[in-house]
Design a protein around this ligand. Structure first.
Ligand code: DGJ
Length: 719
């Protein structure tokens, strides 16, 4: 990091740069955020007419504008004025961390604004450390992680909205005057409805592969708030942080409040360019085991729901093994002694195997899995209990509950959330995983579910004057448990599930290998959900399963080929009862699994290029993954509508090397006749300028015709 004579601070990655003005005794200003600057341009940045904005605006002396920080000082003063006290930097192999310490001009109250600029990926993480050296506690009522001014123009917002079973739906809108707020108040999970990640396209309507785009992701597991305020100035003002609603935080003398990281990136290669930045950073530095290929699994949930028993589990294990799968995951329903978990209304917290269902326990299942040549995984929901459970009978004081009031129940009419802010609860939650893995060290995978929000405000652990710490303490407790688990069990694979896609966020992924995108496994709707989710998360993290038809959620009947082709664009798995499949269906899946193994490195580690959006209403969608060295690619094409006389666009590919030749091979082929270009080679230039014609239908026997059509093409460089 360099501080020039103009007190310019440069926070830079290979292609992205932020310039700050940090003059001692003055406010810290942000001057620029965009692509890398030359030294000459950086020197003249102020003269170019880039007005400095307070890099971390506090409330009080410009009270008509939005603030990133709101504090009531120990003496009751609600205003804060922060000036630069010093700048320091640390350099390690991965990143350069710049810390700019600010001090209030009157009070011994400090804020350190921190930036981590990665050396090999284009991501800058920013967060703050708020320190109270006043003699008495101060009260924080807003504590954003970061702030960014975005120049007015034709700026558009892309973000993810949805609900349970329709997560990750893409919403794109021009940034208009007024305040745009995207927030979550679930308490335990945070990505069912809106997501804590956004993109802002600066050059008009968002384009996948062109134009300047800013990306921002708040790395937090709990309630968040993103605000974009567009007032009477030339800038949209972007703020992101923990949602302060009902979360005022009393900061004791000498205590430091660290805000979660806000990851910022920029690309002039459109939305897909920003996605590639998020994916690369995520795989390399954030996602648990982001450098390891994921196993192909069968999960028992949609196959048998709560109907768990030994012969049934064994049959499912044998079936997935015979299709080439690598892992079996036993979902909900395996536990409960006094209150057996026959449905969703009891036993959470009683993590002892139900011997009526599984007389030989988990150990036997693990052994059986090994006999079938696969690994074994198991479902838990450790943050929760039910009123009908031995745990609740023993520890009613552990649940979240408003003082003086009855508990508010969730799923099954009996579910309750444990108060993770309570250290005893943290120990208990840790012990669930610890006991399971101590007794069964060969368990390979845990599906960690969370099916209830915080529905009533109250901690039986916190004192009455600290009740507003509930949400923040919950997520601190969650982080501490996850840290302990990862310290002891660094290698186990853990899926973040939360009634489907409630935990798709960069706050939890450092401890989790993947997330369940949605409880909705309908292939058509998944195209939309996975498209949106891919804006911020790589395919390796997106669990995507082949399920039965009619789909259990939307009752749509899609072809098996279509379901396979959608699932193969993420982390492939199955969520089906194989006993109900025909031999022909099993053969198709067996072939798909074997072909997925070939393309797995490109899908899971490659770079995404989204080509035609399902949201654009062009009756089809298409995307591709390209290996980093551009020697290999996988192209996906799915028809989304069926109309006679439809004229679908010919899709131009992207991300290839124009000068190299790529040989084409169709995967999961069901047609009687090969595609005309099967086995032929085309230059990257041709494929990117012209693409290949994809037939509207599959050429199969008449009785096998249906209205679903999809293709996966594997492109491999000739040399
Ligand atoms: C919700 C999850 O999203 C499902 O996949 C399944 O694990 C159920 N919970 C089990 O209760």
């Amino acid at each position: 990091m360099a501080i020039s004579s103009f007190a310019q601070v440069h926070v830079a990655t290979p292609n992205v740069e932020m310039v700050l003005k940090a003059e001692k005794g003055s406010r810290l200003e942000i001057m620029y955020f965009g692509s890398r600057l030359s030294e000459a341009d950086a020197a003249n940045i102020e003269a170019a007419g880039v007005p400095g904005h307070n890099a971390y605006p506090p409330y009080g002396m410009s009270s008509h504008s939005e603030a990133a920080l709101e504090v009531t000082h120990a003496d009751g003063n609600m205003s804060t004025v922060l000036v630069v006290e010093g700048v320091s930097s640390e350099n390690d192999v991965l990143a350069e961390i710049t810390r700019i310490r600010l001090k209030d001009t009157v009070y011994p109250f400090y804020v350190t604004v921190c930036y981590r600029a990665y050396k090999e990926v284009d991501m800058i993480e920013t967060w703050t450390e708020i320190e109270n050296l006043e003699k008495k506690p101060v009260r924080l009522t807003r504590f954003d992680s970061g702030y960014l001014p975005v120049r007015l123009g034709d700026a558009w917002l892309s973000h993810l909205h949805g609900t349970w079973s329709n997560e990750g739906m893409l919403v794109q809108e021009p940034l208009a005057r007024g305040m745009r707020v995207i927030k979550n108040k679930d308490g335990t999970r945070n990505s069912h409805t809106d997501h804590a990640e956004v993109m802002i396209s600066l050059d008009g309507k968002p384009q996948e592969n062109h134009g300047r785009v800013i990306g921002a992701a708040l790395c937090y597991s709990g309630n968040y708030e993103i605000r974009i305020d567009t007032r009477d100035t030339d800038y949209h003002e972007f703020f992101a942080g923990i949602n302060p609603d009902n979360s005022a935080f009393t900061l004791s003398h000498k205590e430091v409040f660290r805000t979660p990281e806000l990851a910022l990136t920029y690309s002039d290669e459109g939305l897909s360019g920003v996605s590639r930045n998020f994916h690369k950073w995520g795989r390399k530095y954030k996602l648990a085991h982001g450098d390891k290929l994921r196993k192909i699994l069968l999960n028992s949930w949609e196959g048998v729901y709560f109907d768990i028993n030994e012969p049934g589990m064994d049959q499912m294990m044998a079936d997935i093994a015979s299709m080439g799968g690598e892992l079996f995951v036993m979902d909900d329903g395996w536990f409960g002694v006094k209150y057996p978990r026959l449905t969703d209304n009891c036993a959470l917290g009683d993590w002892k195997v139900d011997r009526n269902k599984l007389p030989n326990g988990i150990g036997w299942l693990v052994e059986q899995a090994h006999k079938h040549g696969i690994k074994f995984g198991i479902w838990i929901e450790p943050e929760m209990t039910n009123t009908t459970s031995e745990l609740y009978e023993k520890h009613p004081e552990w649940v979240i509950k408003a003082p003086e009031r009855e508990v508010v129940t969730g799923r099954g009419g009996t579910q309750l959330v444990l108060d993770l802010g309570n250290p005893e609860v943290q120990d208990f939650v840790f012990s669930i995983v610890d006991d399971l893995l101590t007794e069964n060290p060969e368990i390979d995978y845990i599906k960690w579910d969370a099916n209830m929000p915080v529905s009533n405000h109250g901690s039986q652990h916190l004192s009455m004057d600290r009740q507003s710490h509930l949400y923040i303490d919950y997520h601190r407790g969650f982080a501490s448990v996850c840290d302990r688990i990862r310290a002891k069990y660094p290698d186990i694979t853990i899926q973040a599930c939360a009634s489907g896609g409630g935990r798709a966020n960069w706050g939890v992924l450092p401890w989790f290998d993947e997330f369940w995108v949605s409880d909705n496994t309908d292939a058509l709707q998944r195209i939309y959900m996975q498209w949106g989710t891919s804006y911020f998360f790589p395919a390796i993290a997106m669990a995507s399963h082949i399920s039965a038809v009619p789909n259990h959620m939307v009752f749509r009947t899609t072809s098996l080929k279509y379901r396979i082709d959608v699932a193969m664009s993420g982390r492939l798995g199955m969520e089906i009862q194989p006993a109900n499949m025909t031999e022909e269906e099993k053969a198709l899946c067996r072939n798909a699994i074997s072909e997925y193994k070939e393309i797995r490195p490109v899908v899971q580690m490659g770079e995404i290029y989204r080509l035609v959006s399902p949201y654009d209403g062009r009756d089809m969608a298409s995307l591709m993954y390209v290996s980093e060295d551009k020697s290999e690619a996988v192209f996906y094409w799915w028809k989304t509508e069926t109309f006679h006389d439809a004229h679908l666009p010919r899709v131009r590919m992207a991300g290839l090397d124009p000068s190299r030749m790529y040989r084409i091979r169709e995967l999961n082929r069901i047609d009687n006749v090969a595609l005309p270009y099967e086995g032929l080679s085309f230059s990257g230039r041709f494929l990117m300028e012209n693409g290949l014609e994809i037939p509207l239908r599959h050429k199969v026997d008449y009785h096998k015709q249906d209205d679903w059509s999809s293709r996966i093409l594997h492109l491999v460089c000739d040399e």
